[in-house]
Design a binder for this molecule. Structure first.
Ligand SMILES: *Cc1c(COP(=O)(O)O)cnc(C)c1O
Length: 475
């Protein structure tokens, strides 16, 4: 027996326009100029298929009027045309957030990046001699000046730097490292795995909590290629502990005629203690302590583009550059374009905190952030309505990107809590509503509240401009 609603569906299906008819609709035809015929045809098919599927499943008959369908096609195409990579507001409280692209670049770097993207440039061309050049030359002098190294080279990221160093200097031989430094960095970067893939045999020395000079010395044999120190960026071993300094490891390495390699992880080029931040070991310190090769990231505390910077002894850097894998791991012109101006900022450390956005955000005073929170409060209260309780609270931001995962930077922001008891998942739905904004707003959920740390909010106007689009009923 055919029910009444089935009849309605059959009727609705029958009246559904054909693809061609909908393509001829005035509004749809106008979309072709913007999205192209192929994409619009695809959009029409998708929308019609969705309506048919809903009807066939016995769902409530959606509007099948041509004008309504045309609007659906326009909305579908707009959504499909949005790039997957989007700007977001990072209110997570982690400044150098690996999942959100780490360091924001300074204007000088962005301008150079755009120039290199738009125009031909001398990425590998020696303008003085009119001959082929070496892309590392663009930044090698600067890196040497800033770190005191004899030579330098640049690869895709610090993970690549560690890999390339090990493969070049210790491939087929032994690399000695302390058991207390077999780190895992977010993702799949683990020292033992990188050693294995780089083709060297890892020789672990010492114990998890204690490693002594005699442990390194005892490990040096005929097959030893190098001694390695790894900065334990993201954890601390506390209590009954001992480790050997870079200087100590370098001394033992040299006594055995071996190079000492230091993976600094974050690394930056100036002492952050002068800006009130925790001291992070510097490549120039490691080199002065006797390290022969030091590597560090371009987009952690340095505040530049993703890159792995390798500095140190000229003969070893030359070997590293001759490794065919260097060609696989090299950086592109966009990276080098952005890196050079960032390095130049370090020539004037007096103005670094104003000019380098990463450092500016890390050193932003709590009072300034709290004042921003007060300014935004009325607009936020209005957008949230009565269902959510909004408080300005002090909080602590994290540096991020392999710095110690401890809250250490006094900051301020909002805590959003349900005004009344809510079903489980209400906070997640609230967070999802903020993520659904044109510029998604990302906070973090802790202690039954959605927290927005305002340390990294620079564009107040853009944040306010989209508050009226917050849809708390969606989802
Ligand atoms: C972060 C880190 C790496 C990896 O650096 P990327 O630039 O993320 O590739 C390697 N070693 C240490 C000690 C680190 O902290």
């Amino acid at each position: 027996m055919v029910s009444g609603s089935n009849l309605l569906e059959a009727e609705a299906l029958r009246r559904l326009p054909s693809v061609d008819r909908l393509l001829r609709h005035e509004m749809v035809a106008a979309l072709i100029g913007q999205h192209g015929r192929t994409e619009v045809t695809r959009g029409v098919r998708v929308v019609l298929a969705e309506v048919r599927a809903t009807l066939a499943a016995g769902g409530r008959a959606p509007h099948t009027d041509d004008n309504v369908l045309a609007c659906a096609v326009a909305a579908h195409l707009d959504a499909a045309a949005q790039t997957h990579l989007r700007r977001v507001f990072n209110l997570t409280g982690t400044v150098l957030h690996t999942n959100l692209g780490r360091a924001p670049l300074p204007d000088a770097a962005i301008e150079a990046l755009v120039m290199a993207a738009r125009e031909p440039c001398n990425i590998e061309f020696d303008l003085e001699h009119g001959a082929r050049g070496d892309r590392d030359d663009l930044v090698e002098d600067l890196l040497c000046r800033l770190t005191g190294a004899q030579a330098a080279t640049v690869v895709n990221n610090n993970a690549a730097a560690v890999f390339l160093i090990l493969n070049t200097l210790a491939g087929g031989r032994e690399a000695v490292v302390s058991r207390g430094e077999l780190i895992e960095i977010g993702g799949a970067f683990r020292i033992p795995d990188i050693m294995a893939r780089a083709g060297c045999r890892m020789v672990e020395v010492g114990a998890t909590n204690r490693t002594h000079e005699r442990d390194y010395a005892a490990a040096c044999g005929p097959d030893t290629a190098l001694l390695m120190k790894v900065h334990t960026s993201n954890y601390v071993v506390e209590g009954f502990t001992a480790s050997v300094s870079n200087a100590g490891v370098a001394r033992i390495a040299h006594a055995h005629g071996l190079p000492c390699v230091v993976d600094l992880g974050s690394g930056t080029l100036t002492d952050l203690a002068r800006y009130g931040l925790p001291h992070e070991p510097l490549p120039q310190e490691a080199l002065a302590d006797g390290a022969d090769i030091v590597c560090f990231s371009g987009d952690k505390l340095l505040g530049g583009p993703q890159a792995g910077l390798i500095v140190g002894r000229e003969d070893l850097i030359a070997q590293i550059k001759q490794n065919p894998l260097k060609r696989c791991l090299r950086v592109g012109k966009l990276t080098l374009a952005a890196l050079e101006p960032v390095l130049r900022l370090y020539l004037d450390t007096d103005r670094l905190a104003e000019r380098l956005p990463a450092l500016r955000q890390l050193t932003r005073p709590e009072s300034e952030i709290a004042a921003l929170a007060q300014r935004l409060l009325p607009a936020l209260e209005k957008a949230l309505g009565s269902a959510w309780k909004l408080d300005v609270i002090p909080m602590k931001s994290q540096i991020g990107s392999g710095s110690l995962p401890v809250d250490r930077l006094p900051s301020a922001g909002f805590a959003l809590r349900a005004a009344t008891r809510r079903s489980g998942g209400a906070l997640e739905r609230l967070a999802a509503a903020w993520r659904a904004l044109p510029v998604p707003v990302l906070g973090r959920i802790a202690n039954d509240a959605l927290l927005f740390d305002l340390r990294c909010l620079d564009d107040e106007a853009a944040f306010l401009a989209q508050l009226n689009r917050l849809d708390l009923d969606a989802g």
